[in-house]
Design a protein around this ligand. Structure first.
Ligand SMILES: Cc1cc2nc3c(=O)[nH]c(=O)nc-3n(C[C@H](O)[C@H](O)[C@H](O)COP(=O)(O)O)c2cc1C
Length: 215
């Protein structure tokens, strides 16, 4: 069996965390590097990441994270920050073009701008959805890497992102003219001493309901 499949089968999204657990530098590095090396459409990497260990800031966020215990008791909250349309067009796409496409390949650079527009129109999504989709891929990579090194990791959509953004702004952690929250995650060590530290049994739909191989 593939290790990745094994990780996905055995990992759980924790509901309660060991509050005293501090992530090592190496653990943080693995999770953040897995997030950074994720693929993205047109290679645009249209997000940056806040990795918040600071408990006071997370305590402020708790009521806007549906009062989820992990907000402040997990070891860290990772937040993917997407770029709004203006900055994507004026800064992110040009700088990614410079980084990823060698000078002299002007047509390839133009093609990438067009590809970004065509993905949005083809899938009928706006810039923010485009960025968020890429952030979710990064989140998936981080989740698997976390399991590989024994860190319990829970993706988080249970939040009011517009309210959380205001808290981040107050701490000078986000530029709301140009940025927005895509998605988040809590991580640390699950607290097995605590009640309901996981939801119910881990189950998935049957293979034949989920996929069909067309030969
Ligand atoms: C995008 C996304 C958002 C999620 N948001 C939350 C959340 O806010 N709170 C929570 O407790 N679990 C959250 N989960 C965890 C799911 O409930 C969980 O993955 C699912 O029930 C399967 O359980 P498992 O992760 O233990 O296999 C989220 C999962 C994903 C993928």
């Amino acid at each position: 069996m593939s290790k990745t499949v094994e990780y996905l089968k055995t990992r759980r999204s924790p509901k309660k965390y060991v509050e005293s657990y501090k992530l090592s530098d190496q653990e943080k590095e693995v999770i953040l590097e897995a997030s950074r090396w994720a693929p993205s459409s047109v290679g645009l990497e249209p997000y940056r990441i806040l990795f918040i260990e600071n408990k006071e800031i997370r305590e402020e966020m708790k009521e806007f994270c549906w009062n989820q215990p992990g907000t402040a008791t997990s070891s860290a909250m990772q937040i993917w920050i997407g770029y709004k349309e203006e900055i994507m067009k004026n800064k992110i796409i040009p700088s990614q073009n410079e980084r990823n496409v060698p000078e002299g390949f002007e047509k390839a650079r133009e093609y990438r701008v067009l590809a970004y527009e065509n993905v949005k129109s083809g899938f009928e999504i706006d810039n923010d959805q485009f960025c968020a989709r890429q952030a979710y891929i990064s989140l998936g990579c981080a989740l698997v890497a976390a399991e590989e090194i024994g860190i319990d990791f829970c993706p988080i959509e249970g939040m009011l992102p517009r309210k959380i953004e205001k808290i981040l702004e107050k701490h000078n952690l986000i530029d709301l003219e140009n940025e927005f929250i895509c998605v988040a995650a809590f991580m640390g060590k699950v607290d097995k001493e605590s009640r309901n530290y996981h939801a119910f049994d881990k189950l998935r739909r049957e293979k034949n309901e989920v996929y069909k191989i067309v030969e």
